[in-house]
Design a protein around this ligand. Structure first.
Ligand SMILES: Nc1ncnc2c1ncn2[C@@H]1O[C@H](COP(=O)(O)OP(=O)(O)OP(=O)(O)O)[C@@H](O)[C@H]1O
Ligand SMILES: [Mg+2]
Length: 508
């Protein structure tokens, strides 16, 4: 085979990266072998994304060295990295929302006709072919911003494929995908491996890592803890190396006793103009009691997010049917009205719907509660800061402090800040759309505990998750959606993954 097989395709030598106030990477030396799938794991804020950004030319300022196929390199930016065969699919999706899928894929290297004009037809053909390889069937003309997160991620992957990357970095690629889509992605990854592509794969999901990885590197607090062969370790050992302690298994808390009916939904329907399926949601009825967690299961496109959006006054179309909150009919026209009535929602896509990227951590957390802090006419800075930092501690949010810019936080910690924002509004009904997406094992356990605590205080929670075991663990009841319709409802003791999946793929 290849005589250069002994030379690592990537080698980092004593890489240190400091941001104001934080050492994100501390003397990291690591070898990546050609053709391997190398998983990088670690808690939120461990430095995974930072290392990947260095390898892909996103961050160009750092101490230490980085060798590509044995040659020391200084990448001047992402273009240089792409030319060297390194592509990255970012954790936070990176598409230009106003442009079509095709335009995004060919951004900056558009195909041209021999007359120098944009060759839209050729680009569309290429994109259709690429998306086809990913078994993704959207039109290349679709505006990226209108795509759901899952499809956006596939467009990013298509872009990397089109660059013919020999080293592909995937930063939490499955965080927004459903089971079926994950399987599809794994098939794509398998094909890439057969072609000899080296893959660096970041994930918080142990099952994925143990299924895919040849070797696993653990980072903790910016330091390289260990690199091990998958066959020489276990998920438990890896988790231990990540957090430096044992994590208790998530377990259902049986001590909750649901109270009065808090929310009732009767025959809720949401139209889908211009679509073959006329309804995004059709005749949904549900109840939520105080102290209860209702899980919503379904595949991507089943209507989980849309359902929560309807309850939060954020639906794209006027809704039909009735929503009763504490027995009173409600017709929220805007999330602000829902909020005022005691309904809060943590959205699935924090970048698009949740984060104020120009603001600080504190401001992002308190933006919905400013009226509380302003009760005496001025924003009571001290109160605001106190509640934000208490909440940050509860969520074990890692940052250089609550005055740090929100964009300086790692992805998982940004998610925690958004969850914190809604907890601070002290809602009656809390809607959580895939809240543990991208947060590490320790923080997940923390969030489950918090949800349980909130329920004991009498709030009701509706939660969706792309991970069924998680939904089975936290929910008292699970409602299953399939293509906008309600195809099953299970009490906790009768729900199984099998039953839920059957209901989720039921047709007609
Ligand atoms: N642009 C930045 N400015 C300041 N600090 C930053 C910046 N980017 C990252 N950091 C800090 O560097 C550390 C490592 O962040 P990084 O994003 O690499 O973590 P991560 O391992 O990818 O975590 P996650 O699992 O949450 O995505 C964190 O403490 C983070 O706050
Ligand atoms: Mg990250």
């Amino acid at each position: 085979m290849n005589t250069t097989a002994e030379v690592p395709i990537i080698a980092t030598r004593n890489i240190t990266k400091r941001f104001a106030g934080v050492v994100a990477l501390d003397d990291v030396s690591l070898d990546i072998k050609e053709g391997e799938l190398h998983a990088i794991v670690g808690e939120n804020g461990a430095g995974k994304s930072t290392l990947m950004k260095i390898l892909s030319g996103v961050l160009t300022e750092f101490d230490g060295d980085f060798l590509l196929r044995g040659q020391s390199v200084r990448l001047s930016g992402t273009r240089a990295a792409e030319r060297a065969g390194v592509s990255i699919i970012h954790q936070e999706l990176n598409l230009v929302e106003q442009l079509s899928a095709a335009a995004n894929i060919f951004l900056g290297r558009e195909l041209r006709t021999r007359f120098g004009l944009l060759d839209n037809a050729a680009m569309k053909r290429a994109v259709t072919e690429l998306l086809g390889q990913l078994e993704c069937h959207i039109s290349p003309d679709t505006q990226a911003g209108t795509l759901r997160v899952g499809d956006q991620q596939l467009v990013e992957i298509a872009k990397a494929l089109s660059l013919r990357a020999t080293i592909l970095i995937m930063d939490e690629p499955t965080s927004a995908l459903t089971k079926g889509e994950v399987e599809r992605l794994f098939r794509v990854i398998e094909r890439l491996r057969q072609r000899g592509v080296t893959i660096l794969y970041i994930s918080h999901k142990m099952d994925e890592i143990f299924r895919l990885a040849d070797r696993i590197t653990v980072l903790r607090d910016g330091r390289h803890v260990e690199t091990v062969h998958r066959s020489d370790t276990t998920p438990r050992r890896v988790t231990h190396a990540m957090v430096g302690r044992e994590i208790e298994e998530a377990q259902h808390h049986d001590s909750r006793i649901p109270g009065d009916v808090l929310l009732e939904v009767r025959n809720l329907s949401l139209a889908w103009p211009g679509h073959a399926r006329k309804w995004r949601l059709e005749n949904i009825s549900l109840t939520l009691q105080r102290g209860e967690i209702l899980g919503i299961a379904g595949l991507m496109g089943a209507g989980r997010t849309e359902l929560l959006e309807c309850l939060f006054g954020a639906a794209t179309e006027p809704i039909r049917g009735e929503i009763l909150l504490r027995g009173r009919p409600m017709a929220f026209r805007h999330p602000a009205e829902a909020r005022a009535a005691g309904v809060a929602m943590v959205t699935e896509d924090r970048k698009r719907l949740g984060l104020f990227s120009q603001l600080k951590v504190r401001e992002n957390m308190t933006i919905c509660t400013l009226e509380d802090a302003a009760r005496f006419g001025i924003v009571r800075h001290a109160i605001e800061a106190k509640s934000a930092s208490e909440c940050a501690t509860r969520l074990s949010l890692r940052s250089a402090g609550i005055e740090a810019p929100i964009m300086s936080l790692s992805g998982g910690n940004q998610q925690k800040a958004i969850i914190g924002r809604w907890l601070l509004t002290r809602p009656d009904v809390l809607l959580l759309d895939d809240p543990t997406r991208g947060i590490d094992v320790g923080a997940k356990a923390e969030l489950y505990r918090l949800m349980h605590q909130l329920c004991r205080q009498g709030i009701g929670i509706i939660v969706t998750s792309s991970e069924l075991p998680e939904l089975l663990t936290v929910s008292d009841r699970i409602l299953v959606l399939c293509e906008g319709r309600q195809t099953g409802e299970f009490a906790r003791h009768e729900a199984t993954e099998q039953l839920i999946m059957e209901a989720a793929i039921q047709r007609n």
